[in-house]
Write a protein that binds this ligand. Structure first.
Ligand code: NAD
Ligand code: DAU
Length: 349
């Protein structure tokens, strides 16, 4: 089986690639990545010499390029993760999100269809999406698979658009598709623009911790390794045409999570209790900031037997240890263009 995994040099994609390359030596795994600011081949250097791993540098929105690689390799399966993924960047540069997340997904669907015509036996197009497509919850309730879509940021609306495109190709052309919608991930190799790695990096460097608004927004956090295991289970055992929600049943108000992170960082860095909390700085809120996400993943748990492997405290502790042990990885990222982004993003707040 030849599987194309898109976005495999990014955060979640690198964990999915690692899992599939190591666990399925009979599969040939092709990692297609444009290597945007978020793509980093260092994230997968432990497996890049494996016999069943191949790297392809390219843009999912480039129709002729995608046609060329499908003609050459005839991929049986696609696990599609490549995307512009950061909400704040989608507020300043929305069109990049429409191009990659919507046009790119449509290009992949169309070329998959052209390659296999109507003969889809043994084939699968698996789309990895987000819980943000469902919008924002109040204090009560959970997102289930048939919660109506109500995306509210350029990022989430471009992901919602991509989900609709995948279902349209499934419905209209009979393409074998699966979709999963996951909550917030954390773990190793996450680009330090996202809350947890950004704050770990700022604590290490004793820089302010910019909390948006009052810090009362709620997110449901899942260790990235557990997201990769859910993708594995859904890819192999999920029902064709179905959607599965993936979440950690692990809701945290931002400010509460940040305080736990500060405590763990003080302990691990040997700094007096309370040192990191002093870095907390309340800044202007994110435009259109969704209040609460919470996923009901009982369909995935009951039907496919998936469950998270770690508690949040364990996952967070492993994550902090990884960043402390991989300071060079962080420094390589934060020394380049990222500095420019950071100074623009947090200006005048
Ligand atoms: P990321 O930003 O870390 O990585 C994205 C990867 O896609 C990068 O390697 C980048 O180079 C690549 N890429 C971007 N544009 C491309 C293009 N046009 N052509 C080819 N490659 C391109 O993202 P992530 O956090 O790992 O998210 C991966 C997927 O999972 C996304 O689809 C995202 O919407 C989804 N998701 C993320 C989370 C989360 O918490 N991070 C949660 C649920 C779902
Ligand atoms: O829910 C899944 C989504 O989770 C994924 O689809 C996205 O790709 C991923 O980026 C993530 O989106 P969020 O916007 O929830 O993640 P982020 O890490 O950017 O922010 C988490 C929360 O922390 C959110 O309420 C905003 C807040 N925040 C974030 C940053 C970067 C701050 O208070 N300060 C910050 O500097």
């Amino acid at each position: 089986m030849k599987i194309l995994i898109t976005g495999g040099a990014g955060f979640i994609g690198s964990h999915v690639i690692r899992r599939f390359v190591n666990k399925y030596p009979d599969y040939q795994i092709y990692n297609l990545d444009k290597l945007t600011y978020a793509g980093n081949l260092e994230n997968i250097k432990d497996i890049d010499k494996a016999n069943n791993y191949h790297f392809l540098k390219g843009d999912i929105a480039d129709l002729e390029y995608i046609r060329g690689i499908f003609e050459e390799h005839k991929f049986d399966g696609v696990i599609h993760l490549a995307a512009e993924s950061h909400v704040d960047r989608s507020i300043t540069d929305p069109l990049a999100f429409v191009t990659t997340n919507m046009v790119g997904t449509a290009v992949l669907l169309q070329v998959f269809k052209e390659t296999w015509k109507a003969d889809f036996k043994g084939k699968l197009f698996y789309h990895v999406s987000t819980d943000e497509v469902y919008g924002s919850l109040g204090e009560e309730g959970f997102f289930v698979e048939d919660t109506p879509y109500d995306p509210r940021s350029p990022y989430s609306s471009s992901k919602a658009g991509s989900d609709h495109l995948v279902r349209a190709w499934g419905h209209t052309y009979g393409m074998p598709i699966k979709i999963s919608n996951c909550s917030n991930n954390y773990g190793s190799f996450q680009f330090p623009e996202k809350l947890i790695p950004l704050f770990i990096n700022n604590i290490i460097n004793e820089k302010p911790l910019p909390v948006y608004g009052a810090g009362v927004n709620v997110r449901d956090w899942l260790w990235v390794v557990d997201h990769a295991s859910a993708i594995d289970v859904i890819f192999h055992k999920g029902k064709m045409g179905e959607t599965y929600n993936i979440g950690g049943n692990n809701e945290w108000k931002n400010i509460d999570l940040i305080k736990v992170l500060c405590q763990q960082m003080d302990e691990k860095l040997g700094r007096p209790k309370g040192t990191s909390e002093k870095l907390i700085t309340y800044v202007k809120d994110r435009a259109g900031h969704d209040m609460r996400y919470a996923i009901d993943s009982s369909k995935l748990m009951n039907e496919l037997g998936w469950e998270p492997s770690v508690t949040f405290e364990e996952g967070l502790s492993k994550t902090i240890d990884w960043y402390l042990e991989n300071q060079e990885w962080l420094d390589n990222i934060t020394s380049g263009n990222y500095r420019e982004y950071y100074s623009q993003q947090y200006i005048n707040r």
